[in-house]
Design a protein around this ligand. Structure first.
Ligand SMILES: [Zn+2]
Length: 240
């Protein structure tokens, strides 16, 4: 059966002599693996559609859970994402989040839209750390594992001084904290909450320092690494 879906390439790996396996995040089927036959041959016309971040209309032939590439109509190459190292690692953090934490074959249109918005903002030249923070906070929320920082996850109170408690999966207040809870500055909590809620066109007018963004992303990084598996691209981005 032939199917058509909008899709975004998360990554591609070489397969057999001339083929590639494309990990595609598709609107209709969520994360799927697509077998692209003969795509590494010198004469292959469809080479572009295995490039990381290629966004297009993919025509596939489907046999149960197996997808094979027929053709692709590129809608956006997102080539600009490769021209700056910080922008690149921010875009990789988006792709790696989808690759690592979404279910194979499960359509999540809101996640699809959130990822495209993030890549669009990055390719428009928006500050990479801000985009990464906005994407991660919203992605976690859409996946049902929101990083709750506005209220204590134990007693539900809001306090001036909040701590990150990895065992309990969020922020705790002074009263509920344990010896292992990590102090967070009021600025870090405020940065996360502000960037989480605001759409990209409004965030770019905010004046947030790079250090505040890094501190906020470190909180996300600790939470994600503890609750799931570490995001390599995010660690690289934070080292730059
Ligand atoms: Zn509490």
């Amino acid at each position: 059966m032939d199917v058509t879906t909008k899709g975004l390439v998360l990554k591609a790996t070489d397969y057999k002599e001339n083929d590639k396996l494309i990990l595609l995040y598709s609107l209709e089927y969520g994360k799927i693996t697509v077998h692209a036959k003969g795509i590494r041959k010198g004469s292959a016309k469809l080479k572009f559609c295995a490039d990381q971040f290629c966004f297009g209309n993919y025509e596939l032939s489907r046999l149960e859970d197996r997808f094979t590439l027929k053709t692709c109509d590129q809608l956006e190459s997102f080539y600009a994402l490769r021209e700056d190292v910080e922008t690149y690692y921010a875009a990789c953090t988006v792709a790696e989040s989808l690759a690592s934490y979404t279910e194979e074959g499960q359509s999540e249109p809101e996640v699809f839209v959130e990822a495209l918005k993030a890549l669009g903002a990055l390719s428009d030249g928006m500050e990479p750390l801000t985009v990464t923070l906005h994407f991660l906070m919203n992605f976690l929320q859409l996946e049902g594992v929101r990083l709750q920082l506005d209220r204590c996850v134990v007693c539900n109170k809001t306090d001036k001084k909040m701590f990150l408690d990895l065992q309990r999966g969020g922020a705790v207040c002074e009263f509920c904290r344990s010896t292992e809870s990590i102090p967070m500055s009021a600025r870090t909590v405020a940065t996360c909450l502000l960037v989480e809620e605001m759409p990209y066109d409004k965030i770019k007018n905010l004046n947030i320092t790079l250090q505040a963004l890094k501190d906020a992303l470190q909180v996300c990084n600790k939470y994600i690494s503890h609750s799931f598996s570490p995001l390599k691209s995010l660690s690289e981005l934070l080292k730059l």
